[in-house]
Design a protein around this ligand. Structure first.
Ligand SMILES: Nc1ncnc2c1ncn2[C@@H]1O[C@H](COP(=O)(O)OP(=O)(O)O)[C@@H](O)[C@H]1O
Ligand SMILES: [Mg+2]
Length: 254
């Protein structure tokens, strides 16, 4: 957003951040990603406003939630955070410093798969990712933990290499911390607990539609996913995610 007071951005870096657009497409906000000449391969990404007294806590929460993802085998690029004052009225913002992934966007891979071989390859790739995300949802429900709300769009993943990788991997690259934070204390609060559960349910409904959409587009069935949901429903018929997924996929118990 243009700064109405023409304030010069203040960051911890000696050089000015430069708008990055070359290798980054699919975003129409020119002030979303930046580069530094002295840090090739890094993307600088201003995120929401932070308040000095809560910044440390906020960064701790973000790292904790990201750690939950890696436990479930969902890779994210190397990321660290600094605070800078830039954008609208130079408000203090967290700036994520993220490794650039060299590769292809998963949405494009799904979109452009033509031959049966290409389709089969990308189907397996996306099916494994979706399964990990489903497991993540089950674990969030079981542990009543904070979660990332925005995980279910293939456009938010890249298949490729981070610095040091010798083979291609899938990475979640949209690291905007769009989180539902749910703390230990919130577990004793009925209202917050209901809110957590409802929010997770809306994410399951959205995610299921994404899965069904890509099944149809590829003309292939995600059998592993259907089997997993059926097993979960049979072992824990009262489990909220099991019921919600089963409803969306029209899967019945037994
Ligand atoms: N770390 C990264 N490495 C490589 N490409 C990236 C990275 N982060 C973002 N991109 C590219 O920028 C596009 C938009 O990024 P995303 O984080 O999803 O932004 P938005 O918040 O606008 O959805 C992605 O589809 C991807 O092509
Ligand atoms: Mg995105």
């Amino acid at each position: 957003m243009k700064n109405p007071d023409n304030l010069k951005p203040r960051t911890p870096f000696k050089e000015d951040l430069k708008q990055a657009s070359v290798s980054l497409k699919a975003t129409n906000d020119p002030e979303k990603f930046y580069h530094l000449d002295s840090a090739p391969g890094k993307i600088f990404r201003p995120m929401g406003r932070v308040y000095p007294e809560t910044t440390q806590e906020h960064v701790r929460e973000i790292k904790e939630v990201f750690k939950g993802l890696s436990t479930h085998g969902i890779n994210i690029p190397q990321v660290d955070f600094v605070v800078g004052e830039l954008g609208w009225r130079n408000t203090p913002k967290l700036i994520a410093m993220v490794d650039e992934i060299k590769g292809k966007n998963l949405h494009d891979m799904l979109d452009f798969a033509k031959s049966a071989k290409e389709k089969e390859f990308v189907k397996n790739l996306v099916q494994d990712l979706f399964l990990k995300l489903i497991e993540y949802i089950f674990s969030v429900e079981k542990n009543k933990s904070s979660f990332v709300r925005d995980l279910y769009k293939p456009a938010d993943y890249m298949y490729g290499k981070a610095r040091g990788d010798d083979k291609d991997k899938l990475y979640l690259i949209d690291l905007d911390p769009y989180f539902h934070i749910f703390s230990e204390n919130d577990k004793n609060d009925d209202f917050k607990e209901r809110d957590r559960s409802n929010d997770l349910l809306t994410r399951i409904q959205f995610f299921s539609k994404v899965i069904l959409y890509w099944e149809e587009r590829l003309g292939l069935r995600f059998d592993k996913i259907r089997k997993f949901i059926k097993e979960m429903l049979n072992t824990e018929p009262k489990n909220m995610p099991a019921q919600a997924f089963a409803f969306e996929f029209k899967i019945r118990a037994k």
